[in-house]
Design a protein around this ligand. Structure first.
Ligand code: NAG
Ligand code: NAG
Length: 464
């Protein structure tokens, strides 16, 4: 009973809501003794019952008790019926959802996985960067360049990814700062690693080991990419991220989601959801004169039966800020509301992209049968119109640089032209040879070089 008193005090303290005396019972389930806890939380005249049958999950919950119970206006609008407690599985906590959208999520702590189906509007995941929680954010370690021959390699280094004053920074730096200039043309970058936290995470496109030569230099930029693939993934939900984009020519920040399991096969068959992508360039214009640098952001979904068939152009929106403002001037909120009916993308709470493929789903929406008769539909056996976006996705945040895909050769950069062609076999060398053109735009000598960093203030995911 001591545990019960402690729990009641903790929750009352965190809540400012009335917490009813809690019921604790011990169950024996197939020889496993389990602690079953029922907490009643009262908000006005509404009552929410939270049932837990997993002590590990309880600890996680208590760590976030303040947010879970208090910072979320506790379902005062959304009345909840008392939850049912299920005791079939020793690791599953279930509460009745109040809508049919049915958010599901997996949060993995150690070896235990909890599947949670709480009421709509419940905070499911939050990071406000009190610390750099490496239990949540895993570094990717690779030089592969994301399939675009990007010029950075991703590493786990506190010069490139760090938390300070409740802000997560992802900052690109020069590889030569660490390894010396000669390394680029004659060194070997070996990212294979020897212990679990060091292991190369992507060998595709020579991602784990590269040797430099005069024309084929080692990735001249060092940066970071973080993901939650092993710790947090969700299906349907509302995600909101407050972030400030980096400024500097050829910097390419992104906050996006990838499928945890590739249920429909390899990219892009299992989908990709990009909340925000941006180009750090100060003065970059498309052929029609549109500014496509740091005063523009884009949201995109990628989907198609196989590469390069991809209907992304049907599910893309970009927004330009007026009056010379840029996405690097301050924080903006990038949001996505994802239900079983569709996906709505928001910039600072304004709807910018609303995707509903219709009842026949993305296969018909992309008209793949018309353009490529006879090919297989990877989503054919899913009953959900949203397939492939009917599976769990995880969060990725990274800062890339250059590459041969995202910066079109038809763009005009001012005052210094783009130093490489996307068809060049020596793209990274051409880019790096022009360092005097672009590196000053990163402002490396002011603000600790952080103008070139993406800054993230918060990441939140709610149920829908
Ligand atoms: C929680 O509320 C439900 C519904 O009113 C009630 O049946 C249950 O006994 C309460 N549990 C506790 C521990 O107070
Ligand atoms: C991290 O990067 C910085 C800047 O390039 C470098 O000076 C430092 O040696 C690196 N640290 C490790 C542990 O590799």
């Amino acid at each position: 009973m001591n545990r019960l008193i402690l729990l009641t005090i903790l929750v009352s303290y965190a809540c400012a809501y009335e917490v009813a005396p809690t019921e604790v019972s011990l169950l024996s389930d197939g020889g496993v003794i389990k602690l079953l806890i029922q907490i009643n939380v009262t908000c006005g005249d509404k009552l929410t019952t939270i049932c837990l049958d997993n002590v590990l999950y309880l600890i996680l919950l208590l760590r976030r008790a303040r947010d879970y119970f208090s910072c979320v206006p506790l379902q005062c609008e959304q009345v909840t019926t008392p939850a049912t407690t299920t005791a079939q599985s020793p690791t599953t906590t279930t509460a009745s959802p109040s809508t049919s959208h049915g958010t599901t999520a997996t949060t993995t702590q150690g070896s235990t996985t909890s599947t949670v189906q709480p009421v709509a509007g419940t905070l499911l995941f939050e990071d406000t960067f009190d610390t750099f929680d490496l239990d949540v954010w895993e570094h990717e370690i690779t030089a592969g360049g994301g399939g675009n021959w990007e010029f950075q390699y991703y590493t786990n280094n506190r010069s490139n990814s760090y938390v300070r004053d409740n802000i997560l920074y992802i900052k690109p730096t020069l590889t030569a700062d660490k390894e010396g200039e000669g390394f680029l043309t004659s060194g070997t970058l070996n990212l294979w690693g020897a212990s679990p936290a060091d292991l190369c995470t992507g060998n595709n496109w020579y991602g784990c080991q590269r040797s430099g030569s005069y024309n084929n230099i080692i990735n001249p930029i060092q940066s970071a990419r973080l993901r939650t693939v092993n710790t947090f993934a969700f299906k349907y939900g509302k995600i909101e991220i407050e972030a400030q984009m980096p400024k500097g020519d050829w910097i390419w920040p992104a906050i996006w989601l990838l499928p945890k399991r590739n249920a429909y096969g390899q990219w892009p068959a299992s989908g990709e959801i990009d909340l925000v992508e941006c180009r750090g360039n100060l003065n970059l214009a498309a052929e029609d004169g549109t500014q496509v640098g740091v005063n523009q952001m884009g949201s995109t979904m990628h989907w198609g039966p196989y590469w390069p068939l991809n209907g992304w152009h049907q599910t893309h929106a970009s927004v330009n800020l007026p009056d010379g403002k840029t996405f690097a001037d301050g924080f903006h909120k990038y949001g996505l509301e994802w239900t079983s009916e569709g996906l709505k993308f928001y910039l600072d709470d304004t709807l910018i992209l609303d995707v509903d493929p219709g009842t026949n789903g993305f296969w018909d929406y992309g008209a793949f049968d018309n353009t490529h008769p006879g090919i297989d539909n990877p989503w054919a056996n899913s009953p959900n119109k949203l397939a492939p976006f009917d599976q769990e996705f995880y969060i990725i945040m990274n800062v890339a640089v250059g590459g041969t895909g995202y910066f079109s050769d038809s763009f005009t950069n001012t005052p210094k032209a783009k130093p490489w062609l996307n068809t060049s076999p020596t793209a990274a060398k051409d880019f790096y040879d022009a360092k005097a053109d672009w590196y000053p735009t990163w402002n490396p000598d002011t603000n600790n070089g952080e103008d070139a960093a993406m800054k993230i203030k918060s990441v939140r995911v709610y149920t829908v």
